[in-house]
Design a protein around this ligand. Sequence first.
Ligand code: GLU
Length: 491
Amino acid sequence: MNEVRVRFAPSPTGYLHIGGARTALYNWLYARKHNGTFVLRIEDTDEERSTRESIDEILDGLKWMGLQWDEGPYFQSERLGTHQQAVRRLLEQGSAYRCFCTKEELEAKRAHAQEHKLDYKYDGTCRNLTPQQIEERTASGQPCVVRFKTPRQDGCIAFEDRVYGRVEKRYDDIEDFVILRSDGKPLYLLSSAIDDMTDRITHVIRGQDGLGNTPRQILILSALGYTPPVYAHISLTLDTKKAKISKRKHGEVVTVAYYKERGFLPWALCNFLLLLGWSNSEDREFFTREELIEAFDLDGIARHNSVFNYTPGDSVNWTDPKAVSMNARYISMLGMDELLPYVAAELQRSGLWQESYAAGKKQWFRDTVELIRTRLHTINDFSTRGRPYFADDFEFEEQAVAKNLKKDERLKTLLPAAAEALAGLAVFDVASIENAVRELCEREAVKPGLIINAIRTACTGQSAGPGLFELVAAIGQERTVARLRAAAGCI
Ligand code: GLU
């Protein structure tokens, strides 16, 4: 069997958004699964809308997601010669022809069709011009486009889409379409098909919006004697109001860069995107990279559009809750050696990093991250919810203070007593901390919950978190005692 060659072919006219990222992911997975080649091709022929920033953003986004390409990036704009050469070949062999109809003539015909409620299709006026007529018109400087000569025959052009099944289009319904403009620039439809040929692409896995182009692209490739690739069109990603996800409508929240900034782990995002439109018979949700490469196939791609459960403008629930819970799960599951660099980078970014975390306090750093990670949803949470572990200035949640510190008068004396008990410990480990706290409860005849909740809030400003004794051990003796005394003073 031939080597599998797939491609991701973004137009660099905006950011890499989650729909595009999902297409890239499916291509990457398919290449990895079949030991194939993943080609990156930048379709930058729209000069006005293509930008360098967009190219950089796409490359950065793919690299961050771990979707490394094997070949490219190729730039479509550098292949103009190949596209024009293909048009010449089509002309020479009689599969295409020059059309001199003017804009005004075509518009008049279109208007006429509209008036009579007929479907407009180019009528083939120039299809059978003689070589002499062509020469005369060219010599007199008349501009022309090149049109593909769609076979005039009954029946359909058909292909087997790996997702949508058999797709048919009647020859009658395909007009002689333009493949080269009068300024010598090829149309995107042609360039993209020729590039697939040049790149020897075996499987075109792309968005469903490419489905309409496919019959014409197959006509072009077949006319050039090239066996068209296998096509697999992926359904669209919609928001809850059934609008197609786009940067224009939804803003940066649908871009890969935004997920990165908000503290997503790349593979958690990949896993979430995967499930927007793919499932396997086991209905499994979590996959490691290796497991997914093993499990992925084109048969699992859904035909129905998938819904990205996100309401534009909602800054609190800024993304689909499923994406966040997927990320939280990865944060608690990931091997510590893999997770720590992300946390270190986040602490550096937020000014909480200390060199000792990589040296003398390396073990403490590791243990603390391990302790708090199970309750965090994003990497950024390490510097926000996790701040009390890495800094002494942190915020107190109003509700936690009201419920755990201010509600019971007895805490005015209990907190200083707890501070003394903990200050007196010669060994500050989980077991001794627990002993000291329980002894205090017995001595003062109060329920452990009262003191435990108060210590938690005094030490972290929060009402939820890891087990109290582990938490106190992580905060450390000196800081715990100081925080308990400070809290007592504020009651
Ligand atoms: N450049 C097209 C896009 O960004 C891709 C079309 C294709 O994959 O054939 O939508």
